[in-house]
Write a new protein. Structure first.
Length: 419
């Protein structure tokens, strides 16, 4: 261990008064104490105080500048769990830190509701997007979420109900081990209109969760009654998804999603850290798309709008499936080619042979591509002489963007205290 390390000290839920003697001594002998304004109000006079406020990079610079002084960073519970420690590891180097954790708020919450927590999935919407909660709860029966005032428990309940999950049980644990401790228990349906759990541990229970099987039958999807065949059939869907090269962290765009069958099936492959976006410009089809997402409890984000303009709102994809283009295929391919991550895949389904002739002109010359004709047939054993009834052939076009594209980095978009 290096000389004069930075101590990162977790605090008990009851505050500084409940620290053990070693913890009290660290604070008393510190030259500078870093912490939230609320925590610093309870630090005794003596050391200098530095309030941690965004951007955190300013705090990191301050810690480096005062490397000859004894520095203590105060946090709540376990700093290694969605806490300040991860930022400090990355900014200052793990070898410079000594982390001393306390029992986390999540451990205390499970003790309060008398439930084991070794099999839970842990996530946070504290300063983070709220949408991934749906991906977590459709896959895991027990999910823990840390909240903030913008993404409180009531808002989580609202998105659960909107996603067709009104029966998910919620335990909203606030101010644990304090005089104003409060635990609210109810379903998402019951809590959706309440403003509660602004800083809380929210435990979600979904007994219907689990990894759904890949490959839904076509008749499980709602569609236009007058166009029952307007769906990417299961065999073609399976091959198309296989060509996309999806992984647990993939970001997938399904452009011209229609019923959403490709996006919904693909969401069973993409993990909780990935995202699936289904883009549909037709208002009627968009409603059907949303209905299918709800009925299949799929972790898919429906997007109403016309490509390519609507794509500006989405993160860069690892893979893109083009099911419909509204007659704007060249414009869509141009945008997708710019936004697709290096090494990413584009898959198109084409039903007319003459349309294949334009494929070489659509993509940059350095892209590699292939075409696979897929035709399946189902045995009709009710006929006097059983025979196979063929489906229409579909051409599955698979296009790969090279890892390095000349003149293109693959990037898109971007991203105070006194001494």
């Amino acid at each position: 261990m290096i000389a004069n390390p930075i101590y990162v000290l977790g605090l008990p839920s009851q505050g500084l008064d409940q620290l053990d003697e070693d913890g009290q001594r660290l604070i008393q002998t510190a030259d500078i104490v870093y912490g939230s304004r609320f925590i610093l109000e309870h630090v005794p006079e003596g050391p200098k105080k530095y309030a941690i406020i965004p951007p955190l990079e300013q705090m990191a610079l301050h810690l480096k500048k005062h490397s000859n002084q004894k520095r203590i960073v105060l946090a709540t519970g376990d700093p290694n769990f969605f806490g300040i420690a991860d930022f400090l590891y990355r900014s200052l180097g793990a070898e410079r830190l000594v982390v001393i954790p306390q029992v986390s708020s999540i451990q205390r919450a499970f003790a309060k509701i008398k439930m084991s927590w070794h099999d839970a999935f842990f996530g946070s919407v504290h300063g983070r997007p709220i949408e991934p909660v749906i991906a977590w709860i459709v896959r895991y029966p027990k999910v823990v979420v840390l909240t903030d005032p913008d993404h409180h428990a009531g808002k989580i309940a609202q998105i659960l109900v909107a996603a067709g999950l009104p029966g998910v049980s919620m335990y909203v644990c606030e101010n644990l081990d304090r005089d104003n401790e409060h635990i609210t228990v109810g379903t998402a349906q019951e809590l959706q209109n309440q403003c509660l759990g602004e800083y809380a541990v929210v435990i979600l229970i979904n007994n219907q969760a689990g990894f759904q099987p890949f490959g839904y039958e076509d008749d499980t999807f709602h569609h236009r009654p007058e166009q029952p065949g307007m769906i990417t059939k299961k065999p073609v869907r399976a091959i198309s998804i296989a060509q996309l090269g999806l992984h647990q962290h993939s970001i997938l765009w399904d452009i011209g999603a229609g019923t959403g069958s490709v996006a919904i099936d693909a969401s069973r492959i993409v993990g909780v850290r990935g995202q699936v976006f289904a883009i549909e410009a037709n208002s009627r089809d968009y409603q059907i798309l949303c209905e299918n997402i709800r009925s299949h409890q799929a972790s898919v984000t429906p997007i109403y709008g016309e490509a390519p303009e609507i794509l500006d709102l989405l993160p860069d994809p690892d893979a893109v499936f083009v099911g419909g283009s509204g007659g704007r295929l060249p414009d869509i391919i141009e945008t997708v080619s710019q936004r697709l991550k290096p090494g990413g895949m584009i898959v198109l389904n084409v039903v007319r042979f003459d349309h294949l002739s334009v494929i070489p002109q659509l993509f940059p010359k350095e892209y590699s591509w292939s075409v696979r004709m897929v035709q399946t047939a189902v045995l009709d054993d009710k006929m006097t002489i059983p025979r196979f009834l063929p489906d229409n052939p579909v051409f599955v076009v698979s296009v790969k963007k090279p890892v390095q594209v000349p003149g293109n980095s693959g990037d898109h978009g971007s991203s105070s205290q006194a001494d």
